[in-house]
Design a protein around this ligand. Structure first.
Ligand code: ZN
Length: 152
């Protein structure tokens, strides 16, 4: 899922769990649960793409997605409920860590990250229900909306 969705899940968790360590762990688990839901962004990485094509696509999407997430986060921190900042930081770290590690693997191709990369990408296809990009956007918008209703 897009990092805006993962980041919003992190806010839901931080609001419910003020303990930073627990918030981190739950947010990390939430990342994998959300990635298991068919969401259509599996098309960002294709086997026939060169490494450069994959990186350009992911960086472009991550920059736009990251800007949207930062905007939502700033808005929530400004007008949302009071939540311990330590829990928010820990939860955001846990929820975004898998995608950061994926990006690190794609840039460096460090072998020690390959098993994690295989696991992470495997989750995206584990349900066996691939969606088109449009269907995936609809799913992600619905999940994002549901999470925002929980967080505000
Ligand atoms: Zn992911």
């Amino acid at each position: 899922m897009y990092i805006t969705v993962h980041g919003t899940a992190a806010l839901v968790i931080a609001r419910a769990v003020p303990n930073p360590f627990l918030a981190f762990v739950l947010a990390l688990v939430s990342h994998f649960i959300l990635d298991f839901i068919p969401h259509g962004d599996e098309h960002l990485i294709q086997k026939h793409f060169t490494r450069g094509q994959t990186l350009r696509r992911l960086v472009g999407v991550a920059m736009l997605d990251g800007l949207i997430m930062v905007g939502f986060l700033a808005l929530w921190l400004w007008v949302g409920p009071a939540v311990p900042r330590g829990a928010v930081a820990a939860s955001l770290t846990g929820s975004l860590l898998p995608d950061v590690l994926q990006g690190l693997y794609l840039v460096t191709e460090w072998k020690w990250l390959k098993p994690f990369q295989r696991f992470h990408l495997g989750l995206h296809n584990a349900s066996g229900h691939p969606l088109t990009w449009h269907q995936g956007m609809l799913v992600q918008c619905m999940v994002l909306t549901a999470l925002w209703l929980l967080v505000i």
